[in-house]
Design a binder for this molecule. Structure first.
Ligand SMILES: [Zn+2]
Length: 406
């Protein structure tokens, strides 16, 4: 009898693992009874990635910003399963490669599959389609997320090789840090010269970009740009410039593809620093507002806003365990410093009747988590992005939108 139970158990567990495998492989449900050709085709596609921007990060910023974020203007919301091919907890390289190339890969992979084979990215495909293209980030531009849209390397740490890959594409606009990976290289090459030979205007100054410039690289820092709280202030300016520049570049009505990353929300999570997360997310929020304003006016644009993963295992209190409850106020302050990163919100919420208005940012890790991330969308074809699905489903949906007739 026991053997029978054991057999049954084995059968059931096999079935369970098989179920996981199939649901991983098949990500996009068939929409059989819908005429694909009737679906509208977006002219411009803007993908915005808040690195490490999970629901708790979003909630923190929302409550600390008078209970409002521009994300609320999005008309469709979904949830994404973020796991990598080799790890239930993804890193930014595998996460961004899933979005840019539609394949789950190993952690650290930049635009390559699990065997290291290069995969075509959405940006490369947009180029082939004659669209204008751009990348904007608040990290070095060779960092995992932006790199995965333009480069193909086995490891995210290969900044110099990644920088070289930038020269293989005809991207129109690049704004971010990391000039040193192009200029001060171990191989002695000066890729800034090569960029200029390829027709790029290379600068570190926003004011130098004018209407006569065909395509450009704007380096905002030799390496990583500063934190928002330490003086970095270019994301809104970069967003406005990118939208204006790419609209003008989009000839023959071909449209543009733009990826904007709020890179350092993730670093706030790694540092278990709620204030850092908040500053970076509100900066990204401003960029989101500008993009949605543009999309509203354009009427031909699809905006997809998501994260590659959550970082820090952030949760929002209050702390409830017994030990904490027995402490005096003074002891609690010391305790909070040690275990929680407390944010006090009063002025920003405007609610006199609320008895408790303190958010405690509690972290469970200094790394990423496996928690699903939200995906928000707005504009032409945005309704396709609702539901709960694998991260590669974002790529599938963008590809599908491109297949629709004009
Ligand atoms: Zn990270």
């Amino acid at each position: 009898m026991n053997k029978l139970f054991l057999l049954l158990f084995i059968l059931l567990s096999c079935n369970a693992s098989q179920h996981i495998a199939t649901s991983t492989a098949k990500t996009l449900p068939k929409k059989a009874d819908k005429d694909e050709k009737d679906a509208p085709k977006p002219k411009n596609i803007i993908l915005m990635i808040g690195d490490g921007m999970g629901l708790s990060q979003i909630t923190t910023a929302m409550y600390m910003n008078k209970n409002y974020l521009h994300l609320e203007r999005c008309t469709t919301v979904g949830l994404l399963k973020t796991h990598a091919a080799d790890n239930i907890i993804t890193d930014s390289a595998a996460g961004a490669t899933a979005y840019s190339c539609g394949k789950k890969t190993y952690n650290g992979a930049i635009g390559v599959d699990i065997d290291g084979k290069p995969l075509k990215t959405l940006l490369e495909e947009a180029e082939e389609r004659g669209m204008a293209t751009g990348l904007v980030a608040t990290s070095t531009i060779t960092h995992a997320t932006p790199a995965s849209f333009i480069a193909h390397q086995p490891s995210r740490n290969m900044h110099e090789e990644i920088a070289k890959d930038f020269l293989q594409t005809d991207v129109d606009l690049v704004i971010g840090g990391g000039r040193k990976h192009f200029e001060k290289r171990k191989d002695g090459l000066n890729l800034l010269d090569s960029l200029k030979e390829n027709g790029y205007f290379v600068t570190g100054n926003f004011n130098k970009i004018n209407k006569n410039i065909e395509k450009f690289y704007l380096f905002t820092a030799p390496e990583h740009p500063a934190k928002k709280s330490e003086g970095r202030n270019y994301l809104p300016q970069a967003t406005a410039l990118a939208l204006d520049f790419l609209s003008r570049k989009s000839t023959d009505d071909k449209g543009f593809f733009l990826m904007i990353e709020g890179s350092q929300i993730d670093w706030g999570g790694h540092a278990n620093d709620t204030q850092y997360i908040l500053d970076e997310l509100l900066d990204f929020n401003q960029s989101i507002g500008q993009v949605l304003d543009f999309a509203e006016k354009s009427g031909e644009t699809l905006v997809v806003i998501t994260a590659d993963h959550e970082t820090g295992g952030l949760s929002l209190g209050p702390p409830s365990h017994k030990e904490y409850k027995t402490k005096s106020d003074k002891e609690r302050i010391a305790y909070n410093k040690r275990y929680y990163d407390a944010l006090t919100m009063t002025a920003d919420f405007n609610n006199d009747t609320m008895r408790n208005d303190t958010l405690y940012g509690m972290f469970s890790t200094g790394y990423h988590t496996a928690v699903m991330v939200p995906v928000f969308s707005f504009g032409v074809g945005s309704e396709e992005f609702g539901g709960m699905y694998e991260n590669v489903g974002v790529w599938e949906r963008v590809k599908e939108a491109w297949e629709h007739e004009d």
